[in-house]
Design a protein around this ligand. Sequence first.
Ligand code: ADP
Ligand code: ZN
Ligand code: ZN
Length: 726
Amino acid sequence: MTKIAKVAVLTHLNRLFDYLLPQPAQPGVRVIAPFGRRKIVGVITDITENSQISTEKLKPIEKIIDQLPLFSPELIAFYQWQSHYYFFPMGEIFRYALPKKLNIEKPIQPQMNKMWQITEQGCDMLPKIRANALLQKKTLVTLKEQHDIEQDQLKHYEIELKTLKILQKKGYVRFYETPKSPVIISLTGEKKQLTDEQQNCVIAISTQLTKFSCTLLQGVTGSGKTEVYFSVIDQIVARKQQVLILVPEIGLTPQTVQRFKQRFGASVGVYHSNLNDTERYDTWVELFTGNLAILIGTRSAVFLPIPQLGLIIIDEEHDSSFKQQDRLRYSARDSAIKRAQLENIPIILGSATPSLESIHNAQQGRFQQLFLDKRANNANLPTVQLVDIRNQKLIEGFTQSTLKAIKIQLEDQQHVLVLINRRGFAPIFLCHHCGWVAKCNFCDANLTVHFSPLELQCHHCDARQSIPTHCPSCQKNDVGPFGHGTERCEEELKKQFPTTEIIRVDRDTIRKKQSMGNIVARMQQPKPIILVGTQLLAKGHDFATISLVVILNIDTGLFSADFRGTEKMAQLFLQTAGRAGRGKHPGTVLVQTHHPSHPLFNFLRQHDYKSAAKNLLTERREAGLPPFSFQALIRAESSKPEHAKQFLFELKKHIIHQAKHDGIELLGPVSALMEKRAGRYRANLLLQSKKRQLLLRLIANIHAKITKSNAKSVRCSIDIDPLDVV
Ligand code: ADP
Ligand code: ZN
Ligand code: ZN
């Protein structure tokens, strides 16, 4: 029978291609295949005996690059799931999974262990072997006891290769090869004595290490989730298995990598978007050949082949950077859970403030939920005080009492963190005479005033303009910045505390790989320091030295157009507050707000995320919103007004009957909240359903139309489980 290979060629084409397979090969190997007039690299995903196309018309694969598969059947099944679920071509997924240097004909050999094992026949024969064939008998006995023995270890067992070869001829033993296991880790760091809470979590997780299980580890800030991970990882690497740890953004949390390296030594690798092609390739190979036991990576690491994968950890699982917002719009968290299921291994999701989706999953019994309610090193959670700013005179955004509180801490040689979640100098530039506001020419958005460099910037399309000295509308020179951003706060703090070191942290100051590392180092200085910055400061840093956290503009989160606004606000609040009081000095959090009686604050003051989440979930349930329904967002954009919306209207017509029949809500099409962005007009059609499968089926029906639109003036995309629907 002719063998036919299904091949995912490394292009954006949304299908597999059939080729004749001229010689035996396994799924998961890369091949070179003729493709039109070109030759192209692809991966065999399946081998069958039939094709829709008659065999005479099929072309043969030109060359098989790898002798052994780079991708296991489970991993291929995982990519297939992603391809179906997120409506994305397999070939593109393989491009995420392979470093550029392997998108070409470059063979790669996994390092193999040579193994010996007793056969069934050998077991049967064992009692019958003549007494004078002592060596043979002894060899078989040892093999039976050990199950299998590596060829490198024969000496240790006093077995000779010669004897094995004789036994192999008789069919009593067999020889085989497996990919090399990861190197045994050199534990370098000290192991901390776990607290009782930590110990209980480790025990609960440890009972389920050999099969799929999903654990949600909800531990307050500073509760020592990392120590729990360490203990579980110890057990996994002791079995010579590998561990994948996904983190939001490596550049922002240099401490995490450092802590893992301190504890697990050289067998820890990192994988993120700042690596160059060579670094990426090297890490890929090290992981594949088992030289790395632990990989810490950002979201795209979820695609990597890890032959001995035994555990996945997602740290700060609530973080929105696990969702990719362009091209392949996948959630690395959800994908990782699916991968763990297919590979039948455990996965841990960790956070002080888990997403409502994950909490809901735990409540439905799909995840095991564990808690760490106390801080690990005897520190207490900080006290939270609300500062009512209604009718208060503000000094560049600060109340008198806030400034005074900062002063007291600085005099006490402490460190202070100020959160103002808006970069730049001021969010608005306006004319006080006629009310004109500087707007972007390409977006429906105001321009942000920046001080260094001195200019107006659009935070949505990166357009820049010089700052006008006169109002373009009324020609008066009564123009100026309005509102506050990080730069303006920094200015004011410098004015108020001229001798104090002030460190600003936002996307403008954190551009280079090392920058956050420098800040962590500067924070070690035993002198008063003020850190002022955006939500980048909330990202899991373990500064032992911050005694006061000031939160300035959190109110915007309470009244967001995004239904996830309050959830995000609660997370940002508790994560930022959680930076305070992690050391010996007790911590305080001051929150300036216009809405001190907002019910959410009642919970947040007590660091009671459990109750906050419960309340938010009730609201979601009543509104029928995720996680109590599933959403898919179809976005369209065009350089001409109305075209995008028109296209979505047409699309809606095609599915309206089916949607009604299936009970799927179609919301829209409507213009996006910011209709014009980077010169393109955008519209949304939101699909919402109680049943995920029906939703996916409906989209499958119009998928071809959506893909086709991309060739015309309207660009269209599908976002399954969108995080951002406005
Ligand atoms: P989380 O990630 O949960 O916010 P971390 O893992 O950063 O917490 O731990 C907070 C601090 O507590 C760290 O400085 C850590 O070294 C310390 N810590 C964690 N577990 C213990 C323990 N069992 N004994 C002493 N200190 C601990
Ligand atoms: Zn004016
Ligand atoms: Zn713009």
